[in-house]
Design a protein around this ligand. Structure first.
Ligand SMILES: [Zn+2]
Ligand SMILES: [Zn+2]
Length: 296
């Protein structure tokens, strides 16, 4: 058994709350997904400023890692997971033209600070954009970005709507079509901090995690493609090491697992070659197709 209450008595949903009520068929109509890993690096990015190590000076493009974010295309719909400091360049690189919603994993700089670069997505379509997150994440973003999320937003601020979630939800289209996309938050621990991973269809994205509470595994059944935090070979207090991530990946049992959030301790070619079958290092721009639930 695991306990899921945060230290210090902070109230928040438990993993049991988050997975309870999940209808196993709720992903049945999810279309094939196209998942693009916009960034795969740790919070500094790689190369690290001022560092002349072999990875930071590598001319292998796989060794250049921007901050973690992910874009999921489901039919016409486009869903973003996090808006880090590299979001604008990532969106330009990948030609992202549509965002229906953002799912935030947690409030750390490397996952949120590109938020303001969502503004151009309202130039032709003023419809509100829901931003889904854990209550603790919402509390920080509401405080830090009062000019966006406050009662009296700055003129021209992104028309984002902060949506605190404690269980499965369905993303509506914000364009002229009738698409919807069911998404399950997956409660994780990043050190002591609660973080949300997200599941849609047979895809799960779990970054910034050092422990998965036992009940959260229930939301990770029958995953085809898993994206998982694996910081570096050496242990770390708030991220999975490679060995820990391999164990977790085997337990979840996805057909293919991709590691993200790597530091400059990780040289792509060598580290990737050493991983077991079914597990690979992701790299910026990697695009993966996830089959529809019904197709399997
Ligand atoms: Zn991070
Ligand atoms: Zn370096």
């Amino acid at each position: 058994m695991s306990t899921n209450s945060a230290p210090g008595g902070r109230a928040g949903p438990t993993a049991a709350d988050v997975v309870s009520g999940v209808d196993p068929d709720r992903h049945a109509d999810t279309p094939p997904l196209t998942v693009t890993l916009l960034g795969t690096g740790t919070s500094t990015g790689v190369p690290v400023l001022g560092c002349d190590c072999a990875v930071c000076t590598s001319d292998d493009p796989h060794d250049a890692r921007t901050r973690c974010a992910c874009y999921v295309r489901a039919g016409e719909m486009g869903l973003l997971i996090d808006t880090g400091p590299d979001f604008r360049q990532q969106a330009l690189r990948e030609g992202i033209g549509r965002i229906d919603a953002v799912c935030y994993t947690h409030h750390h700089f490397d996952h949120v600070v590109g938020l303001d670069d969502l503004r151009p997505f309202f130039f032709d379509n003023p419809a509100p954009m829901p931003c889904y997150m854990h209550p603790d994440t919402a509390a920080v973003l509401r405080h830090n970005y009062d000019y966006i999320f406050g009662a009296d937003p700055y003129p021209g601020a992104a028309n984002v709507r902060l949506e605190t979630i404690d269980g499965p939800f369905t993303v509506p289209s914000r364009y002229d079509d009738k698409g919807t996309l069911p998404v399950d938050p997956v409660l994780l621990r990043h050190g002591d901090m609660p973080v949300y991973g997200y599941r849609m269809g047979r895809f799960a994205y779990l970054t910034d995690v050092s422990r998965i509470p036992e009940p959260s595994y229930e939301a990770l059944d029958d995953i085809d493609v898993l994206v998982l935090d694996a910081l570096r070979p050496e242990p770390h207090r708030t991220h999975f090491s490679f060995d820990e991530a391999v164990d977790v990946a085997r337990r979840i049992g996805a057909r293919q697992t991709y590691f993200v959030h790597m530091t400059h301790n990780v040289r792509h070619t060598e580290a990737n070659a050493a991983l077991p079958e079914g597990i690979q290092l992701a790299y910026d721009g990697l695009t993966v197709e996830v089959p529809a639930v019904e197709a399997v």
